[in-house]
Design a protein around this ligand. Structure first.
Ligand SMILES: [Zn+2]
Ligand SMILES: [Zn+2]
Length: 137
């Protein structure tokens, strides 16, 4: 399991100073049950009496992405969501209530045959799933 002090220690070892905002942001995203967007993130920070402006928070998100700590997720909502997780995984979103859950099945896109067949080297992908959750059916 990933924990906050491990992540912060790693960053220190890489020579970065950890700000209050950074620590709070990592903690919030680690504890979140599903990927958060910017306004949800800012709300959670406000509960900790931290009120960074959007530029600060975007800069922080870019930094954590560059450090390989945070992952960006797109559901075609016109906004991005963020998650801190040990493993790369996919998500499923209920189109009715908006619930987002982790897909536990391990989909290794690097193993898909069409890359080789088409002479492409696998670099990335964008794949999320949509459905109706149990309550919404
Ligand atoms: Zn639902
Ligand atoms: Zn997830």
């Amino acid at each position: 399991m990933l924990n906050i002090s491990q992540i912060l220690d790693d960053l220190k070892l890489r020579g970065f100073k950890n700000t209050k905002i950074r620590e709070a942001l990592i903690e919030i995203l680690l504890k979140a049950k599903s990927p958060l967007d910017i306004s949800e993130t800012l709300e959670a920070l406000a509960k900790k009496e931290l009120t960074p402006n959007k530029t600060t928070i975007y800069r922080e998100i870019i930094f954590l992405k560059e450090q390989g700590i945070l992952e960006e997720i797109e559901f075609g909502e016109g906004k991005k969501r963020y998650e801190i997780s040990e493993t790369h995984h996919h998500h499923i979103k209920c189109v009715n209530c908006g619930e987002i859950k982790d897909v536990k099945e391990n989909l290794k896109f690097e193993n898909l045959k069409f890359f080789q067949q088409m002479g492409y080297k696998p670099i990335g992908h964008s794949l999320e799933f949509f459905g109706l959750c149990k309550n919404c059916q």
